[in-house]
Write a protein that binds this ligand. Structure first.
Ligand code: SAM
Length: 346
């Protein structure tokens, strides 16, 4: 081993040169503000020009430099390009530690925070407006682009037929997942941000005589349920409406009992841009590694991924993916591992 190698810092530390590069990239007011915003939310260039009140070419020039210095990652979703803090954990930790020491009370920064909140609220209102308008027709709309019968068969097979204990369905909509699983559960709780959706769900669950099921109004980022309390938690076709899917998965994971299971169902990456305009989708699907990464970052063990390809009979049918993950504390507590039938083992 050469002297230089012996002096090399552990892999979790940045090299001297990289840290100088990162500090140089951050050492400009607009860039620091951009990085601070992007450490909280994935944003488009339009979002950032709205928040900072600066021209698009100027913002784009700064973003380019930040991407080149590996502080930001750019990703394309259909016609929209999003930016976020780098996925390199060491650089991200370095940047966050710099941001954490900045006084957020500085007027320019608190104005940024207010405008970021306005962008988030506008996104949420757009989605909520869509759901309010479509609550009554939702079941018909979803069947237009989801092969429901296939997905439900795969889900039933993934979850298994054993008693489920307590079941939480996040973004329950009209309560279809509750209808599907409540009979296997001691109790089932559905949470949704749309009161109109919940009205339809209540009527449906009443008609089905599911007295162990209830739905309540709430936000998936701040679930109105206790921590560590559910055996099975589901996010079925919800993530693509959210501007922070990783945070929603973290919040969902926090509601799991030791050994509990989290199931996520969503579209695979696709190019149906009209779903953004017409159906308020924020994400055009998710790669298997993306959601698996969110689950692992939430401390869960990913136990299976199932990819359900359309049969090709219609051009607008989308591939649906199912991710199954488990809270690791069950293994430590000596609980029997949850069954993972009919899924691709990882
Ligand atoms: C496509 S629907 C899916 C409904 C249901 N899971 C299903 O598959 O039938 C998405 C649901 O997520 C809900 N939703 C969107 N954003 C939410 C949020 N921030 N918190 C809770 N629910 C949300 C919507 O109101 C809507 O009912």
């Amino acid at each position: 081993m050469s002297g230089n190698e012996r002096l090399r810092p552990p892999t979790a530390a940045l090299t001297f040169e990289t840290s100088i590069d990162a500090l140089k990239a951050l050492g400009e007011p607009t860039r620091l503000r951009l990085v601070r915003l992007l450490s909280r939310n994935d944003l488009t260039v339009t979002d950032m020009t709205t928040i900072l009140g600066q021209s698009q070419p100027r913002i784009s020039r700064h973003l380019k430099l930040l991407v080149e210095s590996q502080i930001l990652t750019r990703y394309q979703e259909g016609a929209w390009a999003y930016f976020r803090l780098t996925e390199n954990a060491t650089i991200a930790r370095f940047v966050r530690s710099v941001l954490a020491t900045i006084d957020g009370g500085e007027p320019a920064l608190s104005r940024d925070d207010e405008r970021l909140e306005a962008v988030r609220v506008a996104r949420a209102e757009r989605a909520a407006g869509y759901f309010a308008e479509n609550a009554g027709r939702w079941d018909r709309i979803r069947s237009l682009h989801v092969p429901d019968a296939d997905v439900e068969r795969a889900l039933l097979s993934a979850v298994g037929t054993a008693p489920l204990g307590s079941f939480l369905d996040i973004g329950t909509g009209t309560g279809r997942m509750i209808e599907l699983f409540a009979r296997q559960a001691d109790r089932a709780v559905g949470v949704d941000a749309s009161r109109e959706m919940l009205q339809v769900a209540r009527a449906k669950l009443d008609a089905a005589g599911l007295s162990n099921a209830q739905v309540r109004h709430g936000d998936c980022y701040h679930l109105p349920v206790p921590r560590d309390s559910f055996d099975l938690v589901m996010l079925h076709q919800v993530l693509h409406f959210l501007d922070d899917p990783a945070a929603a998965i973290r919040e969902a994971a926090a509601t799991l009992q030791p050994g509990g299971r989290l199931v996520v169902v969503d579209f695979a990456p696709h190019r149906l841009e009209f779903l953004r305009q017409e159906q308020a989708h924020l994400r055009l699907g998710f790669a298997r590694e993306t959601v698996a990464g969110y689950l692992a970052d939430s401390g869960l063990e990913v136990t299976g991924i199932d990819i359900l390809d359309p049969d090709g009979s219609r051009a607008d049918q989308l591939t649906v993916s199912i991710w199954l993950a488990r809270d690791r504390r069950g293994a430590r507590a000596g609980l029997a591992p949850a069954a993972v039938p009919a899924m691709t083992a990882l």
